[in-house]
Design a protein around this ligand. Structure first.
Ligand SMILES: Cc1ncc(COP(=O)(O)O)c(C=O)c1O
Length: 399
């Protein structure tokens, strides 16, 4: 992927993130080919908030799904129009709603009855009508990491289906909310379509409930969650498996489908380049300490996630079981076990699938600086964000 620029990559101070814009464009094309005649696409900005990445997304005619004023700010700075922004949130403060309304954000969701009332009141105060989706909890536990399963009845997300009547009682008296749609997001990193089929039954019954009550539902937001192959034996989610079923929903109820995907669009476009700082032997297994860790990619520590790692420059020699760990003062700062050729101090490694939920989850833990970011488009390599400076660690401190 980076063959033509390997020499350049060697010169850059590690660790750093590098993205390949062609991957994002290819994934966007797959989504458009499958869904665009009956669906609108939104990018879950929480997956990657770099403005240069958002500009690529915008260029693919994809809107933004945001979850905070911060993400609204970044999406707008990227040039994404407010009419193409969908603001989801488990729970908001008044000031957050006001910020979104002041910025003319087009769509909102709500996930509780109290939050619906608050949203209605804020819209009324600003003398504007807003379009909202109700997020339901379908009570489904898809096969994914429990932290990523957002549709189970135990999870904090959405309104329980048993509360539909109570919801209608409130919704029929909305003053400033137009209830335009039903929203479900059952989880992330799903590799098979079955959980979506299961959720669809619940979605249909919810839509029918509102139609019977005389409410005009214009959209169904079927969430995100399409997974990618982190491990060799995994296969990228195949959107084509859902296409016809989603199209039928759209036709049957006369609604436009919304999809809000994060990982599928960007995860495979991003990489971390890191350098071996030390080599140890731990009970006969080589342990490589690299200069990037859970501060730059917390996914292994949080989700037990696997990120494939290889030497950036091909190395000869037998591959043996080895461990790769970061420099942070935590045992959980470990990428995992890999088959690697013998490495030495100074060797560069490439960590795969770091385009989603990686830089956005990074931290300054241990006083580590946030790495620089680079973008490659097949021709040009350019820096899109500088490495954080030491002063950045004390910004906002009152000295
Ligand atoms: C409400 C909502 N929509 C969409 C997404 C995007 O999920 P994914 O990146 O798995 O597509 C998320 C992620 O957690 C989410 O919470």
């Amino acid at each position: 992927m980076f063959k033509r620029i390997l020499k350049d990559l060697k010169e850059i101070k590690t660790p750093y993130y590098i993205y390949d814009s062609r991957v994002i464009e290819k994934r966007a094309e797959i989504l458009r080919d499958n869904f665009s005649d009956f669906a609108d696409l939104f990018f879950a900005v929480k997956a990657n908030t770099s403005i240069s990445i958002l500009k690529i997304i915008k260029g693919q005619d994809i809107g933004a799904e945001v979850v905070s004023p911060g993400e609204i700010f970044i999406a707008l700075k990227s040039g994404i129009a407010p009419e193409k922004i969908l603001y989801d949130s488990l729970a908001r403060k008044e000031e957050e709603i006001e910020y979104a309304i002041d910025n003319r954000i087009e769509f909102f969701n709500f996930e509780s009855l109290d939050q619906a009332v608050l949203l209605d009141n804020c819209a009324k105060n600003s003398k504007l009508k807003i379009k909202a989706f109700v997020r339901m909890n379908p009570g489904i536990f898809p096969k994914t990491h429990s932290h990523l399963s957002t549709g189970s009845s135990w999870s904090k997300f959405g309104i329980a289906l048993r509360d539909l009547d109570k919801l209608y009682d409130i919704a029929k008296d909305f003053k400033s909310i137009e209830l335009v749609g039903v929203h479900y997001h059952i989880g992330s990193q799903l590799l098979t379509p079955e959980p979506y089929f299961e959720a669809l039954k619940k979605i249909e019954s919810t839509v029918e409930f509102f139609i019977e009550k005389g409410l005009k539902i214009k959209y169904v937001n079927l969430g995100g969650g399409f997974g990618i192959p982190y491990k060799k034996e995994e296969k990228r989610f195949e959107p084509g498996n859902l296409k016809e079923t989603y199209r039928e929903i759209s036709g049957k109820y006369g609604v436009r489908v919304f999809l809000e995907l994060g990982r599928f669009l960007v995860a495979e476009s991003g990489f971390i380049i890191t350098k071996v700082l030390d080599v140890k032997d731990r009970e006969g297994i080589p342990l490589y300490v690299v200069d990037s860790g859970m501060n730059d990619n917390p996914r292994p520590a949080i989700y037990d996630a696997y990120h494939h790692i290889e030497p950036l420059f091909e190395k000869s020699g037998d591959k043996i079981k080895s461990r790769v760990v970061g420099p942070i003062c935590e045992n959980s700062d470990e990428f995992g076990a890999y088959e690697l050729p013998s490495l030495k101090i100074g060797d560069l490694l490439i960590i795969y699938n770091c385009g989603a939920y990686t830089r956005t989850m990074a931290s300054n833990y241990n006083g580590r600086l946030l790495p620089a970011e680079y973008l490659y488009d097949g021709h040009e390599l350019r820096q899109i964000r500088e490495r954080q400076k030491l002063e950045g660690l004390i910004t906002n401190e009152k000295l």
